[in-house]
Design a protein around this ligand. Structure first.
Ligand SMILES: [Mn+2]
Length: 382
């Protein structure tokens, strides 16, 4: 970390990027660090894919790159909250042509792909790590001052949003004593912490509430309730007029079912017409977009299917028996779903992970349920 601080102090021009389908931690970390470097008079550009409106509560959007990446000059490239170069997506080209590279991240799977790496799998979020970096960058703090003189309310809002995002609002096990201490320091700057929490975790549209009901209505249980699962077809999203990004909380809600060890949610990516052109976002664990093409199976349909959409005719507007790109989102109370997602070409964390597969919802549901049952029977809970 000392070397990184030295580098940030001595260099003048930075490009900061995060992982594809940016979440609160990615955006908060990138914009928070950008604002801090900007205050130090550095030239900073942040490269992020478009993201959901709920993250606009995070200040510092003026640092977002609006020009073509091809012409962007890259001196120091900083990757934040990104476990490997593949997940940098379009920013990967910038990483490749940078004079030097830095990586700050908390993903367990991060092998340290940059020249200078600060990886802490124990950290609640990259934002919490960035807080430490910004503090270390702060010009000498007047003796006795509790607060870093670089971290103002805007920077604090960005960092706080990142922590809130990755800890689910201080609910996950990743929340540590240090997380709460950092949060307390951030609150001292007068941030609108209830607004940040509400905007990022609670706020939803009426349409999303209706869609939520559809998804819960299609829920089923396996292994006597140890697995709770459901799905959302594009048709269900279209019928309610919502984006797939509005459905992030479904899997979390299922995970809170009493007796459940694992929650599984399959859904199709979809952007509603009203939001066409608006940024799309995905959940914390958005996995690498690796696709495994499934063979279509005629095996017996499971009982849950009958409770959902009517079986399709031969048209293209069918639902769970049409080959499509399906997002698989998993949450767990003990099972290492990160490993399972990785084996399916995705990734994520121990208790929250996902992947993207190509096939029909019914086939993928059967395949993933089978894996989860085997793993739960093996009893290898972490
Ligand atoms: Mn993160």
């Amino acid at each position: 970390m000392e070397q990184i601080i030295e580098l940030l102090k001595s260099r003048e021009s930075f490009v900061i990027a995060g992982h594809t389908a940016p979440d609160g931690d990615t955006i908060g970390s990138c914009l928070g660090l950008a604002m801090a470097l900007g205050k130090l008079g550095k030239k900073v550009v942040v490269v992020l894919e478009p993201y959901a409106a709920k993250y606009r509560v995070i200040p510092g959007r003026k640092y977002l790159c609006r020009s073509s990446l091809e012409t962007l000059k890259v001196d120091v490239f900083i990757a934040l909250d990104c476990a490997d170069t593949e997940r940098l997506s379009a920013a990967r080209a910038l990483f490749d042509r940078a004079q030097t590279t830095v990586c700050i991240d908390h993903h367990e799977t991060n092998a340290g792909f940059a020249k200078y790496n600060f990886i802490d799998p124990g950290a609640s979020s990259t934002a919490e790590m960035v807080f430490g970096v910004i503090e270390a960058l702060s010009p000498v703090i007047a003796s006795g001052a509790k607060q870093s003189n670089l971290i103002d309310a805007d920077i604090a809002t960005a960092i706080y949003a990142g922590i809130v995002g990755d800890t689910g609002g201080f609910r996950y096990m990743s929340t540590g004593r240090s997380t709460m201490e950092v949060a307390a320091r951030l609150m001292d700057t007068g941030i609108p912490f209830t607004d940040i929490y509400r905007e990022m975790l609670l706020g939803h549209s009426f349409e999303a509430a209706k869609a939520f009901g559809l998804a819960l209505g299609a829920a089923g249980q396996a292994m006597g309730g140890r697995i709770v699962y459901t799905h959302m077809t594009r048709e269900m999203l279209v019928a309610t007029g919502v984006d797939s990004s509005d459905m992030d909380s479904v899997v979390e809600y299922l995970m809170n079912t009493k007796g459940a060890d694992v929650a599984l949610f399959l859904y199709e990516r979809h952007q509603s017409a009203k939001d066409a052109g608006a940024p799309e976002a995905t959940s914390v664990d958005t996995a690498r977009q690796h696709e495994s093409v499934e063979e279509r199976s005629d095996a017996a349909t499971q009982a849950w299917i009958s409770s959902t959409q009517p079986r399709e005719d031969d048209s293209d507007t069918s639902s769970i028996t049409t080959q499509r790109k399906i997002k698989v989102s998993m949450r767990s109370r003990g099972l290492h779903v990160g490993q399972i997602a990785a084996s399916l070409g995705g990734g994520g964390h121990r208790l929250a992970a996902g992947c993207t597969m190509v096939g029909t919802i019914e086939d993928i549901m059967r395949q993933v349920l089978e894996i989860l049952e085997l793993e739960l029977k093996a009893g290898d809970l972490c």
